[in-house]
Design a protein around this ligand. Structure first.
Ligand code: GDP
Length: 444
């Protein structure tokens, strides 16, 4: 995601290298790069023009102080303006409504409404322990109703059954009634979408809005649609009193421009971003983190938060305790660690959030992928418990048996044992607190 934009912007720093101060002249070239980078990322022309003008004004007014280079100073200004452009501080979901708090999702077909409804229900039930009811008003596509029902079942969240022979407004009103009577905290309403904006669709969603008076009306939009997304956003924000935006598919080959323009066009904050097809792929949107991600400074904060929500608390504690007591790190522990890594979505999903240089380093070393993790785990699984605890007993015949059991060449078993030995050495060195502390910190 956003790679091209990041690369172009980092070259801005280089164009300014060697200059002592920012001048109208030397900044010109850098600003041109910023402008092209943003246009390439599919941010709209009016947005880009205004953005560049603001950056110029701020940059020229600013002295390059201390140990900053002119390039860094300019990137500092670009960063601050990017944060501004995307809405300043992150805004969460507002659920301050006489229960049930109603969240209405609107957008074109395929934007990711139904998926986002499920993801949102998951977030609310998991992190804030809310009692959530889901309902679909898409009577035109029975498949959409089924899709939501399947999601609800997977998530173990309640679903209000929709009767496709009823009018969407009645379904919504009935669902609200039911939610009130059964003390739900939140009612999430999925609406029908069309392939393009049309009047009937707008009239219908407006009627549902009027009937429900939701505290949150979220416009769901596909980041991959680039400038089209922005036009659709405009139409929806004119028809409905939106309270926020859910920007989906930011994990795809979206060039990121929509993230930059949508706020500007709708005047409403992006509240969530969809970052995978999976149900845990919805994140709160933080303009500052997004800006540093765009500028390639990495996003350690989201990474840590992500790790926190996925790492198994008990497992982490067990490992941490073990190190504290000074026990030896064995293959069981190694496996437990691999499992934690897998839970965090493997190394690949972490990559996106790391600073550019780290990513390069990491992708240069070969065996970090999810596949490799699975193979390694397979080999450890083929060992007996005794072998895992005492890897030193692994001689040639045992290794051959394990290799056969895991369906890999003996070499791979040897490689794993080498890696494990290195890790064991490292663990011994860190026993004084390193890893245990790191894991505790990750837990907050
Ligand atoms: P709706 O018509 O607006 O309800 O859209 P759906 O929720 O059915 O989503 C359309 C497609 O987009 C589905 O295949 C989803 O799996 C996919 N999708 C939704 N959100 C995301 C996301 O954040 N990332 C990715 N990669 N796919 C997504």
């Amino acid at each position: 995601m956003l790679d091209a934009l990041t690369q172009r912007l980092s070259s801005v720093v280089k164009t300014l290298r060697g200059h002592a101060r920012l001048t109208e002249e030397n900044i010109q070239e850098a600003l041109r790069e910023v402008r092209l980078a943003l246009l390439d990322a599919d941010a709209g022309l009016p947005v880009v023009k205004e953005f560049v003008a603001r950056v110029k004004e701020k940059a020229l007014g600013q002295e390059v102080v201390g140990s900053l280079t002119p390039g860094q100073a300019l990137v500092g200004v670009v960063n601050a303006e990017l944060v501004n452009l995307m809405g300043g501080v992150g805004e969460g979901l507002n659920l301050a409504q006489q229960p049930p708090a109603i969240v209405l999702l609107a957008g074109l077909q395929g934007a990711g409404k139904t998926t986002s409804a499920g993801k949102l229900a998951r977030l609310l039930t998991k992190t804030t322990k809310k009692k959530v009811l889901l309902v679909s008003t898409d009577v035109y596509r029975p498949a959409a109703i089924d899709q939501l029902a399947t999601l609800a079942k997977t998530l173990e969240v309640d679903l209000f059954p929709s009767d496709p022979s009823q009018k969407p407004v009645s379904i919504a009103a009935n669902a609200l009634d039911w939610a009130k009577k059964h003390y739900y905290d939140v009612l999430i309403v999925d609406t029908a979408g069309r392939l393009a904006i049309d009047e009937a669709m707008m009239a219908e969603v407006k009627a549902i809005h009027a009937a429900l008076n939701p505290v949150e009306t979220l416009f769901v939009v596909d980041a991959m649609q680039g400038q089209d997304a922005v036009n659709v956003a405009k139409a929806f924000s004119e028809a409905l009193p939106l309270t926020g935006v859910v920007l989906t598919k930011l994990d795809g080959d979206s060039r990121g421009g929509a993230a930059l323009s949508v706020r500007h066009v709708t005047g409403k904050p992006i509240k969530f971003v969809g970052v995978s097809e999976k149900l845990d792929g919805l994140e709160a949107f933080h303009p500052d983190r997004m800006a540093s991600r765009i500028l390639g400074m990495g996003d350690i904060l989201s990474l840590v938060e992500d790790a926190r929500s996925r790492v198994d608390e008990k497992e982490a504690q067990k490992l941490a305790d073990k190190f504290k007591k000074g026990k030896d790190f064995d293959l069981e522990d190694f496996k437990a660690q691999l499992q934690q890594m897998k839970k965090m979505g493997g190394v690949a999903s972490m990559m996106d959030k790391l600073p550019a240089q780290l990513t390069q380093m990491a992708s240069a070393s070969p065996d970090l992928g999810e596949k490799a993790l699975r193979r390694t785990e397979g080999i450890i699984n083929a060992m007996t418990p005794q072998e895992r605890r005492k890897p030193e007993i692994l001689k040639a015949s045992r290794k051959r048996r394990i290799a056969a059991g895991a369906g890999v060449p003996v070499q791979e078993v040897n490689q794993l044992l080498n890696k494990f030995e290195q890790m064991q050495k490292m663990m011994k060195m860190m026993r004084t607190g390193g890893l245990a502390k790191m894991m505790r910190n990750m837990k907050g």
